[in-house]
Each structure stands twice: as structure tokens, then as C-alpha cells.
Design a protein. Sequence first.
Length: 140
Amino acid sequence: MLYELLGGLLIGAAASLLWLGVGRISGMTGVLSSLFMLTRNEQWRRRGWALAFFMGLVVAYPIYMLSGGEAPIEMSDNALLWASAGLIVGFGTYLGNGCTSGHGVCGMGRMSLRSVVATVTFIATGVLTVAIMNMLEVGA
């Protein structure tokens, strides 16, 4: 329980620092779209925060594993399942105008009604998906 609390505090602190320091929301949709919009040299200076944020996410897990951490769950190696899930999540992110981290952490922190509705929808859809996958014994 201590690790979960520490993780939540770190996520909240990172989101707050990005908002207060750069004026950006730390949702991954915004971070990734900022990386893809880099076309000219002067944009690197304005959007370097996105590259730094993304690289922090990429190196965090290997550092965790090297420091003795353990992976808490097993993941499926079904490539079709991964590709399908990626497309569905990408489409949902487009429809929802943001992702779970943007709406759930940052939007709800700003008391955005749109983010509350989006987060409740994300959670309900996740519960339904797990229930259907368990009934169909997918990934078991």
C-alpha cells in the first residue's frame, strides 16, 4: 500500500509541476501529439518538455526493474489482441478528446465536468471489457 500511495503522490506531483512549470497538461495524448508536431528547430525549444516527459516514461520501468522491482502482472503475447487493443484505445482517445491520464489525473484535478464524464466512461468500459474477456476466457 505504501508503494501505491507513493506512486500516486509522484504522479500528482509530476502533473502539478508540468502544469505550473510549463502550463501543459500531462496527458499522454498531448505529450505524444506535441512530439509529432516537431518540424522546425525553434519548435524543439518550445516542445522539449514533451520529449523530456516521454523519455522519463520510457526509462522509468527499466530503472524500476534494475532496482529490484517486480512486474506485478503477466501480459498476453497475442499480437492480434495487442493490435486490436491499440486501435480501440487510439480511436477512443480521439473520440474522448484525451486519454485516461489527461482526463483522470489532470482534468478531474481541475474539476472539469467533461473529464469526470470521460473518466467514469473509461472505468465502466474497462469493467465491461474485463467481464467479457473473463466470460470468453480470452488471455487465460
